[in-house]
Design a protein around this ligand. Sequence first.
Ligand SMILES: NC(=O)c1ccc[n+]([C@@H]2O[C@H](COP(=O)([O-])OP(=O)(O)OC[C@H]3O[C@@H](n4cnc5c(N)ncnc54)[C@H](OP(=O)(O)O)[C@@H]3O)[C@@H](O)[C@H]2O)c1
Length: 468
Amino acid sequence: MSDATPKKRATPAAKPAPAPPSPDSKAAPAAKPAAKAAPKSEPKPAPKAAAKPKTAAKAAPAPKSEPKPKIAAKAAPKSEPKPAAKAAAKAAPKPTPTPKTASKAAPKSEPKPAAKAAPKSEPTEFSTPTSKPVAKRLLVTGATGFLGRHVVAAAKAAGWIVRVLARPTSNLGPIAGLYDEVHTGDVTDALSLRGSCEGVSAVVHCACAVASTFDAGRAADAAFMAVNADGTANLADEVMTVPGLRFVQVSSTAAMGAPQTAVVGPDSPCQPKTPYQRSKRAAELLLLERAERGLNVVIVRTCVIAGPGKERSELLKMFKLVKAGLFPFLGNNLDIQKPLIDVDDVVQALLLATERGTGGGVYLVTSGGRHTMREILEVAQSLTGGPRTHVAIPVAAARLAARAFAQAGRFLPDWNVPITDERIDLFLADRQIDISRAERELGYVPKHQSVEEMLGATYRYYRQRGLI
Ligand SMILES: NC(=O)c1ccc[n+]([C@@H]2O[C@H](COP(=O)([O-])OP(=O)(O)OC[C@H]3O[C@@H](n4cnc5c(N)ncnc54)[C@H](OP(=O)(O)O)[C@@H]3O)[C@@H](O)[C@H]2O)c1
């Protein structure tokens, strides 16, 4: 967990990218297809050919404009390991300018296999005048989280040079060998982000506070806003120091609240209610405002994600309740639709968005299938061996309880009440999500639509971890 040596050049990754947790065969190709689909509004979706020059120009600037100082200052405060790198850079014009992003050396928990394999051949010299194609660099935030880990693995497998943004306390162990560089920083600390985007071709912003979609209370509100909104603003401002740099924002259907329309599209009105929902929508709005000032941002809203790797999730809670025959079902309509998506498909969409999609565009992604609560509960019962029962709760009774809890909550501002009107609304929401824009403009093609498959992989992960 820790970056023992915060600002060292990262090293880890072995080029032959170890088998990623979820090799997304779809995501991989996505990295190249660049911009055909990209509309005019797309700044520099740069088809690989174009991307390099740009990237190179920025990453390997002339000695004088050398941005190192900045990065060094930020990434390597005291233990600044630059002297060497800097000296080398001067002595030899082309030597890898990458070391800039300061990375901390792989944490102790980090497996060495990768580290050994990559030392010298480290793919960081994209400024080297070589005839072979120059790899592009992707900055991934939230890389140690559930989604971020899958993004890192798929990006690495697709040939990206992967730089991760990690907090000093982040545990890089789970992605050991899958990333190339580390920039130590915290999105809530703008200064710590300085230099994180140097030499980068695209940013996938997964970092987020997601304790629980339904956490309530003033503390939760402030915490969600600090990381999800203010933190995103800090990162966006850093991204804007690199003209045209593509910023892919991982958003959530939660940002829309609980739409009452049967079909929800990317332009449907948003009515976020909970602290988490408001923070995700606030992040979108501040990004869209910056898009008008030149930020090359694409927002990808995903629904609940299934797949291995999420320790605390609504799906784990559901499995536990279903296994005990205690899943609380509001109302009596088991056929309401609930969107779901496999983590590999989310990754696919995000990597596609690094080069496709309209700047300032919002894209919704799901499995594309029509999954009902009935189907989800049946699969969960089948997987857990739980009884084919659930606790039916009349909606009116649930609303009464929510009101009572809300009253009590007024005296306990930070109490996370068990049931709220917003939660009821979301549970009852019966909606189909329109992903046609993502299919059309990003080239997104969901590969997983089987609930058995998606929930099965998720459930097996929990079983293996002894979480259920
Ligand atoms: N999971 C889902 O079902 C789902 C559904 C819809 C949308 N999403 C979106 O997907 C994204 C990723 O979610 P997730 O489930 O992967 O979350 P997660 O597992 O909780 O991971 C959160 C990541 O954010 C990092 N982080 C938190 N605060 C940070 C800060 N102040 N500075 C830098 N990094 C910070 C964490 O780093 P540490 O390791 O240091 O804690 C961790 O890597 C979020 O934007 C979320 O809204 C997720």
